[in-house]
Design a binder for this molecule. Structure first.
Ligand code: PLP
Ligand code: COI
Length: 343
């Protein structure tokens, strides 16, 4: 067993996004058509057969969620039913057994409760990041779905994913593809992220926060960020975000579409976003659980740089959406029915 993260040395205001070995994680094992031995464990190491399909054929899927501490000191999850449903979609795509919504939410709650001391204090901006993960395991060598699976949920306190948080950063429009239209881009599976490691590394080395991927057919339309969805605010105030079969259906993005329309009366559109029409946008951002809302300063497209709102300031609409979203997540603003779940 590895050493656990000492609570006393954590700097809640400057957490970043790094792995930490917390005291407890949830584990369940699938064999003979059902989940067994479900519960908490202190062991952060997974033991598996060398033939496990997760290792050879990428038969695995994961989720990313957060637990938020509110001003009155309770802890809540944000739309965990949406993450459960997306994991079920990913499992169907990769022929893995599904985790029911009830089992998924209970697993997440149990991990948050067991590690509650690691949920950052209200006001620091920090959250407890949850990583539900399902992997195909067991003795196997052919390209077939596994007969055995492990479902685990582990957690760690996190701060900003992109440096600076609400400070705009630059993104590089990549020459690489992340996923194909009829492939697995809409599933949250490791292979998509493996494909993004080299382009992401190149982008980071050139000083960009991440890549922007274009559609894999014509390379004319924006797909998404390597780790988040893209949105833009047009000069006439519309919230626009790409629609494509190869991007991850972001829980944050659908929440923002709802909030922009229902709370701010904005026109919203999920559709084609052409890379040669960036002038339509006054503001742009990346949205996701880890990214929250991260303003985009500009895009490097080949040898040209396109700046959106500002290199240093967050745009007013992006800020308004950020305040509404995080206000709901931290319990400061009223949540639409069913969006927050108390742990
Ligand atoms: N797109 C990709 C590739 C991601 O990894 C994520 C993160 O989960 C998102 C989008 C945002 O999705 P969500 O808002 O559900 O976290
Ligand atoms: C998330 O936002 O939860 C993600 O999974 C993105 C990234 C850390 C891969």
């Amino acid at each position: 067993m590895t050493a656990k993260e000492p609570l006393t040395t954590l700097d809640w205001d400057n957490l970043g996004f790094e792995y930490m070995d917390l005291p407890y994680r949830y584990r369940a094992y699938w064999k003979d058509g059902e989940w067994h031995k479900a519960g908490l464990t202190e062991d952060s190491t997974l033991a598996m057969n060398e033939g496990s399909t997760a290792l050879h054929y990428g038969q695995q899927a994961f989720e990313g969620m957060k637990a938020y501490r509110t001003k009155d000191n309770h802890v809540q999850l944000f739309r965990p039913d949406r993450n459960a449903a997306r994991l079920q979609d990913s499992c169907r795509r990769l022929l893995m057994p599904e985790v029911s919504t009830e089992m998924f939410i209970e697993a997440c709650k149990s991990v948050v409760r067991a590690n509650e001391a690691y949920v950052p204090p209200y006001g620091t901006g920090g959250t407890l990041y949850l990583r539900p993960l399902i992997i195909g395991v067991g003795p196997n060598i052919g390209v077939h779905p596994a007969k055995e699976y492990i479902f685990t949920v582990f957690a760690m306190p996190v701060g900003n994913y992109f440096k600076g948080g609400m400070v705009p950063t630059r993104f590089l429009v990549s020459n690489y593809d992340r996923a194909a239209h009829k492939g697995t881009g809409a599933s949250k599976v490791g292979g998509n992220y493996a494909a993004s490691l080299l382009p992401g590394d190149k982008a980071h080395k050139e000083g960009f926060s991440d890549c922007i991927y274009l559609d894999p057919v014509e390379h004319k339309k924006i797909e998404e960020v390597g780790s988040a969805n893209f949105f833009g605010i047009t000069k006439d105030g519309k919230f626009v975000t790409p629609k494509s079969p190869s991007i991850l259906p972001s829980v944050t993005k659908y929440s923002l579409l709802y909030l922009a329309k229902e709370r701010f009366g904005m026109e919203v559109e999920e559709g084609d976003v052409y890379i040669d029409e960036l002038d339509h946008f006054a503001e742009a951002g990346a949205c996701g659980t880890a990214a929250v809302i991260s303003p985009i300063a500009g895009f490097q497209v080949g040898d040209k740089y396109h700046q959106f709102y500002s290199e240093t300031e967050v745009g007013p609409v992006t800020k308004k959406l950020y305040d509404e979203l995080t206000g709901i997540q931290f319990g400061d603003k009223p949540a639409p029915e069913g969006w927050v779940v108390r742990v």
